[in-house]
Design a protein around this ligand. Structure first.
Ligand code: PEP
Ligand code: MN
Length: 320
């Protein structure tokens, strides 16, 4: 923790500040720094003392490093896990329609995507939609469909959990729980997803900062998640005229955490032509893979068809 001090503090003021700090953070060694003091905080709970420290006389500001704020996320977990996805074998492509809509189209897409290079399938049963009148996903009847898709393709399934009450049933079939952008800061959902013990794919919330994203990752890890994948989906909302992915942020997240970082060009662009360009750009920028909407019939999709690429386009991205 770096504590910036106000200028021209007397020796006596400094002494009493150091004593007050020792009371707030007992046992945490203090050292002089160019702009003030650093305090080596012994556990992440100590960060709770920040508001008290900020109010001490003589303190101009307090800052915590990412590893002090998110010690588990920044512990260098590395891309070491190989199940359910192996990140050591080149870019990982997770593909599928936005939502599972019916058995025959989903199974057709699943088989075609596997042949075109998908290493896992998107399989959303519950869709968080801006409008309560929009298609909300087919819900539990879809569980049998995705179980069948898994059986016939042998691919792991990624599905979004939108509510803590879904997690047990989804975990019985799915391999990776997705926490969507809108739920990145749904802390009860993060805790429950962490407790499931499943791998979790955590999207960055729209306009969320790197710190907020990492703190959400920290929730998952603190509550039991062992395998975590980060996914950048951009800040775009439907009316946005500047679709894009934040590659700098992705690189920073990867560097700080050692976790795999995927790009989602579909939700970042809302447009399949732009999504393809973004997909290639993301791979060139060092993304560990893509979460991309692709299916056999984008034009008939009930949701996000405009941003869904065809199988042929998907194949051109994977190079298979
Ligand atoms: C999705 O991947 O299906 C999705 C809803 O994405 P996001 O949470 O990024 O909007
Ligand atoms: Mn979608």
């Amino acid at each position: 923790m770096l504590i910036n001090l106000q200028k021209d503090l007397s020796a006596a003021d400094r002494r009493s500040l150091r004593q007050a700090l020792a009371r707030l953070l007992p046992g945490c060694p203090q050292r002089r720094a160019p702009s003030g003091l650093t305090v080596a905080i012994s556990n992440p709970e100590a960060a709770d003392a920040v508001p008290g420290i900020e109010n001490l006389p003589g303190v101009a500001g307090v800052s915590l490093s990412s590893s002090e704020l998110c010690p588990l996320a920044c512990a260098g977990t590395k891309k070491s896990f190989s199940r359910p996805l192996d990140f050591g074998r080149g870019p990982v492509f997770i593909a599928g329609p936005c939502a599972v809509e019916d058995r025959s189209s989903y199974l057709a897409s699943a088989l075609a995507l596997k042949a075109a290079g998908a290493r896992a399938l998107r399989a959303a049963l519950f869709k968080p939609r801006s409008s309560p009148y929009a298609f909300q996903g087919i819900g539990w009847p879809g569980l049998k469909i995705i179980a069948e898709a898994k059986k016939i393709t042998g691919l792991p399934l990624v599905t979004e959990a939108t509510d803590t009450r879904q997690i047990d049933r989804l975990s019985a079939v799915c391999d990776i729980l997705q926490i969507g952008a809108r739920n990145m800061q749904n802390y009860e959902l993060l805790k429950e997803a962490g407790r499931s013990g499943l791998a979790v794919l955590l999207k960055r919330g729209m306009h969320a900062t790197l710190r907020e994203w990492l703190l959400s990752a920290e929730y998952l890890l603190k509550h039991g998640a062992k395998r975590l994948i980060l996914c950048e989906r951009g800040d775009s909302v439907f009316s946005s005229d500047s679709p894009g992915l934040d590659f700098r942020l992705m690189r920073e997240a990867g560097k700080l955490t050692g976790l795999p970082v995927l790009a989602d060009p579909s939700h970042a662009s809302k447009n399949r032509e732009i999504a393809v360009r973004l997909a290639f750009k993301a791979l060139r920028a060092g993304a560990d893979g893509l979460l991309i909407e692709a299916s056999v019939s984008p034009s008939t999709a009930k949701v996000d068809g405009r941003q869904t690429v065809t199988i042929e386009t998907f194949r051109s991205i994977t190079g298979k």
